[in-house]
Design a protein around this ligand. Sequence first.
Ligand code: AKG
Length: 303
Amino acid sequence: MPEDRPTTSETPHRSGGLLSNPANLGIEGGRSVLYLPNFITVCCSTPRSLPLTPTLTSGRRRTIFNSEVLVQIQESPQPKWKNLQNRRLQIWGGEMTAKGTLCPAPFPNFVTQYPDLIARLKATEAFEGSPHGVPNHIIMNEYEAGQGIMPHEDGPKYHPVVATLSLGTHCVFHYYRYSDDASSTTPHGAENSGTGRSIDRTPVLSLLLEPRSLVISFGDMYTAHLHGIEDTFEDHIKSPVDLGGDSDSPANAVHIGNWDLLQDQKLKEMITRGEPLLRSTRWSLTCRDIPKVSTNLQRLRGF
Ligand SMILES: O=C(O)CCC(=O)C(=O)O
Protein backbone atom coordinates (compact mmCIF):
# COMPACT_ATOMS: atom_id res chain seq x y z
CA MET A 1 0.00 0.00 0.00
CA PRO A 2 1.47 3.37 -0.89
CA GLU A 3 1.89 5.70 2.03
CA ASP A 4 -0.59 8.46 2.56
CA ARG A 5 0.94 10.52 5.27
CA PRO A 6 -0.83 13.74 6.25
CA THR A 7 1.18 16.90 5.74
CA THR A 8 0.28 19.41 8.39
CA SER A 9 2.89 21.98 7.35
CA GLU A 10 0.90 23.13 4.30
CA THR A 11 -1.61 25.03 6.40
CA PRO A 12 -3.08 28.38 5.49
CA HIS A 13 -2.33 31.31 7.81
CA ARG A 14 -3.27 30.66 11.40
CA SER A 15 -2.18 33.86 13.07
CA GLY A 16 -5.58 34.81 14.50
CA GLY A 17 -9.31 34.80 13.94
CA LEU A 18 -11.23 31.58 13.94
CA LEU A 19 -8.21 29.49 13.05
CA SER A 20 -6.33 30.55 16.18
CA ASN A 21 -8.86 28.69 18.34
CA PRO A 22 -7.38 25.21 18.90
CA ALA A 23 -10.91 23.85 19.30
CA ASN A 24 -11.41 24.46 15.59
CA LEU A 25 -8.42 22.40 14.59
CA GLY A 26 -9.35 19.05 16.04
CA ILE A 27 -9.74 16.95 12.89
CA GLU A 28 -8.51 13.45 13.61
CA GLY A 29 -5.11 12.60 12.13
CA GLY A 30 -3.95 16.20 11.74
CA ARG A 31 -5.22 16.38 8.17
CA SER A 32 -5.18 19.64 6.21
CA VAL A 33 -8.86 20.21 6.89
CA LEU A 34 -10.67 22.56 9.26
CA TYR A 35 -14.20 22.02 10.51
CA LEU A 36 -16.06 25.02 11.90
CA PRO A 37 -19.51 24.14 13.30
CA ASN A 38 -22.22 26.84 13.47
CA PHE A 39 -20.37 29.05 10.98
CA ILE A 40 -23.68 30.69 10.16
CA THR A 41 -25.39 31.33 13.46
CA VAL A 42 -29.01 30.84 14.36
CA CYS A 43 -29.53 34.61 14.15
CA CYS A 44 -28.88 34.35 10.40
CA SER A 45 -31.19 31.40 10.20
CA THR A 46 -34.41 33.33 10.56
CA PRO A 47 -35.84 34.68 7.37
CA ARG A 48 -35.66 38.41 7.93
CA SER A 49 -36.54 40.11 4.70
CA LEU A 50 -39.62 38.09 3.84
CA PRO A 51 -42.90 38.24 5.76
CA LEU A 52 -43.84 35.11 7.66
CA THR A 53 -46.67 34.14 5.39
CA PRO A 54 -48.68 30.98 6.05
CA THR A 55 -46.78 29.33 3.18
CA LEU A 56 -43.42 30.05 4.72
CA THR A 57 -44.40 28.93 8.16
CA SER A 58 -46.17 25.72 7.27
CA GLY A 59 -45.01 22.15 6.98
CA ARG A 60 -42.13 21.14 4.74
CA ARG A 61 -41.54 24.65 3.43
CA ARG A 62 -40.81 25.83 6.96
CA THR A 63 -38.08 23.18 7.18
CA ILE A 64 -36.65 24.30 3.87
CA PHE A 65 -36.83 28.01 4.61
CA ASN A 66 -34.64 27.73 7.67
CA SER A 67 -32.12 30.33 6.69
CA GLU A 68 -31.98 33.72 5.06
CA VAL A 69 -29.76 32.31 2.31
CA LEU A 70 -32.15 29.45 1.69
CA VAL A 71 -35.05 31.84 1.29
CA GLN A 72 -33.12 33.57 -1.45
CA ILE A 73 -32.07 30.30 -3.07
CA GLN A 74 -35.63 29.02 -3.13
CA GLU A 75 -36.92 32.31 -4.52
CA SER A 76 -34.37 32.38 -7.37
CA PRO A 77 -35.79 32.05 -10.87
CA GLN A 78 -35.41 28.84 -12.90
CA PRO A 79 -32.90 30.29 -15.43
CA LYS A 80 -30.37 30.73 -12.63
CA TRP A 81 -30.18 26.95 -12.18
CA LYS A 82 -27.95 24.59 -14.16
CA ASN A 83 -29.42 21.09 -14.19
CA LEU A 84 -26.94 18.24 -13.99
CA GLN A 85 -27.71 14.53 -14.12
CA ASN A 86 -27.74 14.06 -10.35
CA ARG A 87 -28.16 17.55 -8.87
CA ARG A 88 -28.68 21.18 -9.83
CA LEU A 89 -26.48 24.17 -9.10
CA GLN A 90 -26.03 27.91 -9.38
CA ILE A 91 -22.79 29.79 -9.98
CA TRP A 92 -22.22 33.07 -8.16
CA GLY A 93 -19.39 35.53 -8.80
CA GLY A 94 -19.23 34.90 -12.55
CA GLU A 95 -18.48 32.09 -14.98
CA MET A 96 -15.01 30.61 -15.42
CA THR A 97 -13.75 30.15 -19.00
CA ALA A 98 -12.28 26.83 -20.19
CA LYS A 99 -8.85 28.37 -19.70
CA GLY A 100 -9.60 29.17 -16.07
CA THR A 101 -10.29 32.90 -16.27
CA LEU A 102 -13.14 34.31 -14.22
CA CYS A 103 -15.50 36.65 -16.05
CA PRO A 104 -16.56 38.37 -12.84
CA ALA A 105 -20.09 39.22 -11.79
CA PRO A 106 -21.17 40.69 -8.45
CA PHE A 107 -22.12 38.23 -5.72
CA PRO A 108 -25.76 38.26 -4.65
CA ASN A 109 -26.33 40.60 -1.69
CA PHE A 110 -27.31 37.72 0.54
CA VAL A 111 -23.76 36.35 0.57
CA THR A 112 -22.09 39.72 1.08
CA GLN A 113 -24.54 41.40 3.48
CA TYR A 114 -26.82 39.15 5.51
CA PRO A 115 -25.21 36.90 6.39
CA ASP A 116 -21.90 38.56 5.50
CA LEU A 117 -20.47 35.29 4.28
CA ILE A 118 -17.52 36.72 2.36
CA ALA A 119 -16.40 38.83 5.36
CA ARG A 120 -16.73 35.79 7.62
CA LEU A 121 -14.65 33.71 5.22
CA LYS A 122 -12.01 36.46 5.20
CA ALA A 123 -12.00 36.38 9.02
CA THR A 124 -11.04 32.68 8.97
CA GLU A 125 -7.74 33.80 7.35
CA ALA A 126 -7.85 30.66 5.24
CA PHE A 127 -7.68 32.82 2.11
CA GLU A 128 -4.92 35.13 3.34
CA GLY A 129 -2.41 33.61 0.94
CA SER A 130 -4.79 33.65 -2.03
CA PRO A 131 -4.48 36.24 -4.83
CA HIS A 132 -7.59 38.16 -3.77
CA GLY A 133 -7.54 37.34 -0.05
CA VAL A 134 -11.17 36.22 -0.25
CA PRO A 135 -13.19 33.84 -2.43
CA ASN A 136 -14.40 35.41 -5.66
CA HIS A 137 -16.43 32.42 -6.86
CA ILE A 138 -19.15 30.25 -5.29
CA ILE A 139 -20.81 27.12 -6.63
CA MET A 140 -24.08 26.46 -4.86
CA ASN A 141 -25.08 22.81 -5.22
CA GLU A 142 -28.51 21.49 -4.34
CA TYR A 143 -28.73 17.80 -3.47
CA GLU A 144 -31.99 15.96 -2.90
CA ALA A 145 -31.93 12.91 -0.63
CA GLY A 146 -30.22 10.12 -2.56
CA GLN A 147 -28.01 12.49 -4.55
CA GLY A 148 -24.26 13.02 -4.09
CA ILE A 149 -21.14 14.03 -5.95
CA MET A 150 -18.57 11.59 -7.29
CA PRO A 151 -14.98 11.74 -6.08
CA HIS A 152 -13.14 14.52 -7.85
CA GLU A 153 -10.41 17.10 -7.45
CA ASP A 154 -11.18 20.80 -7.72
CA GLY A 155 -8.05 21.30 -9.81
CA PRO A 156 -5.36 23.90 -10.40
CA LYS A 157 -7.57 26.67 -11.83
CA TYR A 158 -8.48 27.67 -8.29
CA HIS A 159 -6.19 28.79 -5.48
CA PRO A 160 -5.75 25.54 -3.51
CA VAL A 161 -8.09 26.34 -0.64
CA VAL A 162 -11.81 25.52 -0.69
CA ALA A 163 -14.37 26.45 1.96
CA THR A 164 -17.78 24.77 1.86
CA LEU A 165 -20.81 25.93 3.84
CA SER A 166 -23.52 23.31 4.40
CA LEU A 167 -27.19 24.27 4.67
CA GLY A 168 -30.27 22.11 4.98
CA THR A 169 -29.59 18.52 5.91
CA HIS A 170 -26.33 16.95 7.17
CA CYS A 171 -23.98 15.02 4.87
CA VAL A 172 -21.01 12.71 5.13
CA PHE A 173 -18.06 14.10 3.20
CA HIS A 174 -15.30 11.68 2.16
CA TYR A 175 -11.69 12.38 1.17
CA TYR A 176 -10.01 9.75 -1.04
CA ARG A 177 -6.48 9.12 -2.22
CA TYR A 178 -5.24 7.84 -5.53
CA SER A 179 -3.99 4.30 -5.57
CA ASP A 180 -1.19 2.61 -7.50
CA ASP A 181 -3.05 -0.65 -7.05
CA ALA A 182 -4.72 -1.43 -10.39
CA SER A 183 -7.48 -3.41 -8.64
CA SER A 184 -8.67 -0.36 -6.70
CA THR A 185 -11.60 1.48 -8.14
CA THR A 186 -13.61 4.47 -7.28
CA PRO A 187 -16.72 3.79 -5.13
CA HIS A 188 -19.06 5.05 -7.83
CA GLY A 189 -17.11 6.19 -10.85
CA ALA A 190 -14.99 9.32 -11.05
CA GLU A 191 -16.26 12.76 -11.91
CA ASN A 192 -13.60 15.05 -13.29
CA SER A 193 -10.75 13.16 -11.64
CA GLY A 194 -9.13 14.13 -14.91
CA THR A 195 -6.16 11.82 -14.51
CA GLY A 196 -7.35 8.33 -15.36
CA ARG A 197 -5.71 7.17 -12.12
CA SER A 198 -7.47 4.67 -9.92
CA ILE A 199 -8.84 5.73 -6.59
CA ASP A 200 -8.64 3.85 -3.31
CA ARG A 201 -12.21 3.10 -2.33
CA THR A 202 -11.48 3.44 1.40
CA PRO A 203 -11.69 7.11 2.38
CA VAL A 204 -8.61 8.57 4.10
CA LEU A 205 -10.96 10.79 6.10
CA SER A 206 -14.72 11.12 6.47
CA LEU A 207 -16.48 14.05 8.14
CA LEU A 208 -20.04 14.53 9.26
CA LEU A 209 -20.96 18.01 8.04
CA GLU A 210 -23.66 19.51 10.23
CA PRO A 211 -26.11 22.08 8.88
CA ARG A 212 -24.57 25.62 9.03
CA SER A 213 -21.03 24.24 9.34
CA LEU A 214 -18.01 25.21 7.25
CA VAL A 215 -15.32 22.79 6.10
CA ILE A 216 -12.05 24.16 4.71
CA SER A 217 -9.73 21.88 2.70
CA PHE A 218 -6.20 22.97 1.84
CA GLY A 219 -2.62 21.72 1.41
CA ASP A 220 -2.33 18.12 0.22
CA MET A 221 -6.02 17.49 0.90
CA TYR A 222 -6.68 19.95 -1.91
CA THR A 223 -3.77 19.18 -4.23
CA ALA A 224 -3.35 15.40 -3.89
CA HIS A 225 -6.70 14.03 -2.74
CA LEU A 226 -10.22 13.77 -4.06
CA HIS A 227 -13.47 14.41 -2.26
CA GLY A 228 -17.00 13.16 -2.75
CA ILE A 229 -20.41 12.49 -1.21
CA GLU A 230 -22.20 9.17 -1.62
CA ASP A 231 -25.60 9.14 -3.27
CA THR A 232 -27.51 7.59 -0.42
CA PHE A 233 -30.76 8.25 1.44
CA GLU A 234 -29.34 7.62 4.90
CA ASP A 235 -25.94 7.69 6.58
CA HIS A 236 -24.77 5.20 9.17
CA ILE A 237 -22.11 6.65 11.45
CA LYS A 238 -19.94 4.55 13.73
CA SER A 239 -20.54 5.54 17.32
CA PRO A 240 -17.38 6.15 19.32
CA VAL A 241 -19.45 5.48 22.45
CA ASP A 242 -19.87 1.76 23.08
CA LEU A 243 -23.14 1.18 24.93
CA GLY A 244 -23.10 -2.53 24.16
CA GLY A 245 -26.14 -4.62 23.25
CA ASP A 246 -28.52 -3.35 20.57
CA SER A 247 -26.82 0.02 20.14
CA ASP A 248 -23.91 -1.50 18.15
CA SER A 249 -23.10 0.36 14.92
CA PRO A 250 -24.05 -1.55 11.75
CA ALA A 251 -21.27 -3.09 9.64
CA ASN A 252 -21.49 -0.38 6.96
CA ALA A 253 -21.18 2.43 9.52
CA VAL A 254 -18.62 5.13 8.70
CA HIS A 255 -15.95 6.29 11.11
CA ILE A 256 -15.89 10.10 11.19
CA GLY A 257 -12.87 12.23 12.03
CA ASN A 258 -14.72 15.18 13.57
CA TRP A 259 -16.82 13.57 16.32
CA ASP A 260 -15.29 15.77 19.03
CA LEU A 261 -16.13 18.94 17.08
CA LEU A 262 -19.80 18.14 16.49
CA GLN A 263 -22.26 20.51 18.14
CA ASP A 264 -25.62 18.99 17.30
CA GLN A 265 -26.47 16.90 20.37
CA LYS A 266 -29.51 15.39 18.67
CA LEU A 267 -27.39 14.03 15.82
CA LYS A 268 -24.80 12.73 18.29
CA GLU A 269 -27.46 10.98 20.34
CA MET A 270 -28.92 9.33 17.23
CA ILE A 271 -25.46 8.10 16.25
CA THR A 272 -24.81 6.83 19.75
CA ARG A 273 -28.09 4.89 19.65
CA GLY A 274 -27.00 3.36 16.31
CA GLU A 275 -29.75 5.12 14.36
CA PRO A 276 -29.24 6.09 10.69
CA LEU A 277 -29.24 9.79 9.82
CA LEU A 278 -31.87 10.36 7.15
CA ARG A 279 -30.99 12.85 4.44
CA SER A 280 -33.30 15.49 3.07
CA THR A 281 -32.33 18.41 0.82
CA ARG A 282 -28.87 19.90 1.29
CA TRP A 283 -27.45 23.05 -0.22
CA SER A 284 -23.70 23.61 -0.22
CA LEU A 285 -21.84 26.82 -0.99
CA THR A 286 -18.39 25.94 -2.34
CA CYS A 287 -16.26 29.07 -2.06
CA ARG A 288 -12.93 29.46 -3.89
CA ASP A 289 -10.60 32.11 -5.25
CA ILE A 290 -9.93 32.05 -9.00
CA PRO A 291 -6.56 33.78 -9.50
CA LYS A 292 -7.10 34.78 -13.15
CA VAL A 293 -9.80 37.42 -13.53
CA SER A 294 -10.79 39.08 -16.80
CA THR A 295 -10.09 42.79 -16.36
CA ASN A 296 -11.68 43.67 -19.72
CA LEU A 297 -15.04 42.51 -18.52
CA GLN A 298 -14.46 44.23 -15.22
CA ARG A 299 -13.93 47.51 -17.05
CA LEU A 300 -16.96 47.00 -19.30
CA ARG A 301 -19.18 46.31 -16.32
CA GLY A 302 -17.78 49.26 -14.38
CA PHE A 303 -16.37 47.52 -11.31
O1 AKG B 1 -21.38 19.87 -1.93
C1 AKG B 1 -20.29 19.75 -1.42
O2 AKG B 1 -20.11 19.78 -0.21
C2 AKG B 1 -19.09 19.56 -2.31
C3 AKG B 1 -19.21 20.25 -3.61
C4 AKG B 1 -17.99 20.08 -4.45
O3 AKG B 1 -17.16 19.26 -4.18
C5 AKG B 1 -17.82 20.89 -5.64
O4 AKG B 1 -18.69 21.72 -5.96
O5 AKG B 1 -16.78 20.73 -6.31
